[in-house]
Design a protein around this ligand. Sequence first.
Ligand SMILES: [Zn+2]
Length: 456
Amino acid sequence: MRILIKNAFLVRPEGVEKGDLLTEDRRISRLGGTIDAPADKVIDAEGCYVFPGFIDTHTHFDLEVGSTVTADDFPSGTRAALLGGTTTVLDFATQERGMTLMDAYRKWQNKAKGCSCNYGFHMAMSEWNEARIAEIPLMIENGVTSFKMYMVYDNMRLSDGVIYEAIQRLAREDCVIGIHCENDDIIKSRVRELKAAGKTASRYHAISRPNLVEADGVGRLMDAAYLAGGPAWVVHLSTKEGLDIARRARERGQEVYLETCPQYLVLEEAMYDAPDGAKFVMSPPLRSRADQEALLQAMTTGEIDWIGTDHCSFTMAQKAAGQDDFSKTPNGGAGVQNRAEIVYTRAVKGGYIDLPAMAELLSTRAAKLFGMYPKKGALLPGSDADIVVFDPNAPHTIHAATNLHRCDNSPYEGYEAAGKTRDVILNGVLAVENGTILATGLGEYVKRDRCGRYRK
Ligand SMILES: [Zn+2]
């Protein structure tokens, strides 16, 4: 199968240049200038940008949280991802206590059957002992080279000492570990305090987890990583205070990777007061305009490494569990389809970053760190034919009803996006044409190499 993209603006690190691109079977075979070659399919991309397929570094599909399971499973979540231009998702396989890492890996491989975009796993660990540590080489053999630990949630929380040991041990293997940074003890006390005062509405979710609760977690992570001599990776950074601490760690020579999410760039705390405010209950919570501005500024300077969605969808009926108690609301929101159009609208059209930076934030840096580059994350001859044709002149309003995810709400409901993904090539096959999915279930497991620690 040969697909020829004509008249596109090719977005590459060195700049944006008008030209054609040819894929042959599963690879990019040529790009740049005028290409006149026979093809099974010709796409006229006049006026559109061509990006390397986007990589979502942070999804939770088919995740059980207590007695609830997310609205999206892998088939529904990856269809929505694909339509939004995401050709690879990295989901968090979760090792519950008493499970082996291999159990969790197999469980997630099973869940991921029928994916419509490519997929890989980070391994979220809830235990750190000799048996689990002994499984790390097996994970690497299976292409799982990134891990995660939580400072919060009773069923997952691990100590700072464990985080220190894990960073040290995994750095030796060129693996990285992302940390959910918050101070669990203070959150618990504040939740008790708020509930005792009868403050149970959704807005108190944010008040229970203020900026300093995240900043404290980021600070402890930075110090642990400094002492361990390994990389520090903050998942879903949401505050200017956390950013400042990470910045200081870099100034003292640390290798720091920062992820943020679209919700921290366009949504804000005041939204909890809406009648459907429960849909914004996620952790970290929505912040202020000043936090958005700090994160956007950090994107202009290259300090933010990539943007993942933290897609973790629950229906309004599921969210209603927290109707009389915000702390019982399942945490998370749906965003997997909307990442590129929001980043384009807010950060590129908003004048913060240029198109090559958008490619870096949505694809290239994640491909590098997570051991997929240059197969993924690059428009280069020989790279995988995972390609996005993005139309910058396609104004539209985001609605849950027209999103493809299997969830009856969207935190981005009513958001006015300036452009959108038009066509997607996945593994050399035209999988989305003109905003319509042509092929589902073509996603393949991405067995990843060790991490490309580009900030080392
Ligand atoms: Zn998450």
